[in-house]
Structure formats: C-alpha cells, structure tokens
Design a protein around this ligand. Sequence first.
Ligand code: NAD
Ligand code: IPM
Ligand code: MN
Length: 362
Amino acid sequence: TRSFKIAAIAGDGIGKEVLPEGLKVLAAAARRFDIDIEFVHFEWASCDYYLKTGDMMPPDWKAQLSGMDAIYFGAVGWPATVPDHISLWGSLLKFRREFDQYINLRPVRLFEGVPCPLANRKPGDIDFYVVRENTEGEYTNLGGIMFAGTEREVVIQESVFSRHGADRVLKYAFELARARARKHLTVATKSNGIAISMPWWDGRADAVGADYPEITVDKQHIDILTARFVLQPQRFDVVVASNLFGDILSDLGPACTGTIGLAPSGNLNPDRTFPSLFEPVHGSAPDIAGKGIANPIAMIWSGAMMLGFLGDAPDAPRGCREAHDAIVAAIEEVLRSGPRTGDLGGKATTVEVGDAIAGLIG
Ligand code: NAD
Ligand code: IPM
Ligand code: MN
C-alpha cells in the first residue's frame, strides 16, 4: 500500500480552529479504511509568520511543498495587521499559480436538515458545481498607478486570458458535465459589457464544446446569472466561470444553501504535476475567530474531496473513495440530526461538530 504525505497549513483566524477538526476526521477515516496518511505541519503562510519575518513564506516554500501529495489548507488573512493583497498574493494565490492548480472545483448542495434561505426549496433542488478558472483572468498584479496622489491619478489593472488557460478549464467543465446525469453546462459571461475578453471566452466555449455535442450549453451574463442562482437554482448543473466571476458565484451559491460555513473547494492540478490544495471556500472570519464557534464542515468536506482526488490517481490505495463517501455520509447525518454551529442556528462549538462527525466514522 502507498502512503500519503499531506501538508497541513492552518493560516489565520478560524483556519486555526477548523483545521484540527478536519485532521481529526481524516485521521478517523484513515484508521477505518486503512489508509496511511502522514501530516506535515507548517506554521508559515500565515499573518503571524509575516509579522515575525516580513514574509508570508520562507524562500524555499516551493521545494518544501512540492513533494507533498496534497495541501490541506485552513484560511489566510488578518486585515487588521496585514493588508489582504500582501497576505493572499504571498501565499494562497502563489500556491494556485505556482502549482498550476488551474481548476477551482466548488460544489454547491442543499442538505437535508439545513434551512434554506430561498422559499420552497428542498434537497435535490440545489445540487451543482461551480468550476472556477484559478490561475489567470481578472486576478493579476499587472498594471499600475500613474500620477499617483494627484488629481490626474489613473489606475490600470490588466486581465489576462490565455487560450491554453480558458480551454483547459472549459474542457474540465464539459467533462464534468458529461459525467453527470443532466449533462448541462452554464457558461458565465459578460460579453455585452466586457467587450474583448468575454466575447472571446464565449468563442472558446463554442470551440471546446464542439467535442461535446451531448452537453446542452447555456451562456448567461453574470448579472442575470446571479439572479437565477437565487430565483431558479434548480436550473444549474455545472457552471464554468472566469476567476473573478467564479469567486463571486462560489460564495453566492453556498449562501443559497444556508451558510458558506459548509462550502468546500479543491484547487486542482488535474495533471498531478504539483500538489493540489483543498480548503474551505470561506476565509479567516476575523469577526468570530477565537470563539470556537466556526462551522468546521467546509474544512471537513474539503478533506473528503482531497481523499476523493487522491483516490482517483491510477496508483491510489482502494480505501480513498470509500473514505470520501463515509465522510460525506457522516456530514449528512450530522446536518440531519446532530449538533450545529451558530451559522446554522445552533449552539454547538466547532469541536463538538468535529467530534460528532469523527465519531460517526468510527
Ligand atoms: P470570510 O469568509 O472570512 O467571512 C465572511 C462571513 O462569513 C463572516 O461573517 C464570517 O464570520 C462568516 N463565516 C465564514 N466562515 C464561517 C464558518 N466556517 N462558520 C461560521 N461562519 C463563517 O470573508 P471575509 O470577511 O471577506 O474575509 C476575512 C479574511 O479572510 C480576509 O483577510 C480575506 O482576505 C480572507 N479570505 C481568505 C480566504 C482563503 O484563505 N481561502 C477566503 C476568503 C477570504
Ligand atoms: C477564495 C478567496 C480568495 C479568492 C481570496 C482570499 C484571494 O475569496 O478562495 O474564494 O478570491 O480567490
Ligand atoms: Mn472567495
């Protein structure tokens, strides 16, 4: 049997509270399904480390992480002491780009037992994936400020879309849609207002889609698309979007299912040339950090996604897929009838929810 080496990085704020619950659940699943996982803990990629050293990570961070099978990541950011663009460009966004994690896969699902903020929706009505481009697009540091500090100040912030980058995320989304029952793909666009990149993006969707005649494709401008997330969430199956549009959709989607405290993500390098990274969609939540009340389920579900992804590799041990399914089943059970945190209207602590899920796995 093969053993996995996983980097565990807590980061800041509630990252430090939810990561231990995720590790607890993964350890329980590893025991039960006889998977050999070694966790390697790193204190860096945090604002604490930045305040001590002046950098978010040591110079050899890439060498330290390259040999890992995956990265299990809490959340980064503490804007009270470190500006967000410094902490995020110095850690998470570096991982995504340097490790070529070009897919950000973010499931959106309404669970039984979770009150839905949308009227008359039941589990099954909301069950889709946001596939977010994760290495380029609107997220750049290209540009600058001219005549800074004067009345003539001008700011330029470039976007970057490459054919390689667009085609690979579109292809991933089409493949995912093909593997699902409804075989439907929504392409987020804004080809009316964003006059160069978005008509081009639509064209790439047509070109890539030519290989997938069995998939129905629906291009929607991002403005009405957000409205339909709220009004007609049952329309969606797989939604593919640029980096920024995907970011926005992947907070809105989970909010429509009750809380962002459940939403997981996989920052995937499908070619497995570098480790992939698994983390909650949410951030470090400074407003509730230190109180022990954060919902750990996004972190725990992200751990399940990690095992699922590792289990899909050709040489993977067999238990990974079963471990994934067991963790998701335990989450479902706890959401139906177990302890719940404040974001779901409960009074349970982070640790109580983690214990309940780990306990069900055995
Ligand atoms: P956030 O996701 O941290 O918090 C938004 C709101 O959701 C807050 O009210 C918070 O209390 C609540 N919330 C988030 N996660 C929760 C959980 N697990 N349980 C219960 N409630 C939860 O977003 P923000 O306030 O915009 O950002 C705070 C910091 O986190 C910033 O520094 C930001 O840049 C960073 N951030 C990091 C990541 C990441 O590391 N992937 C993601 C988003 C934001
Ligand atoms: C996310 C976060 C990040 C993003 C931030 C923290 C840079 O919001 O993972 O969704 O915008 O990608
Ligand atoms: Mn986000």
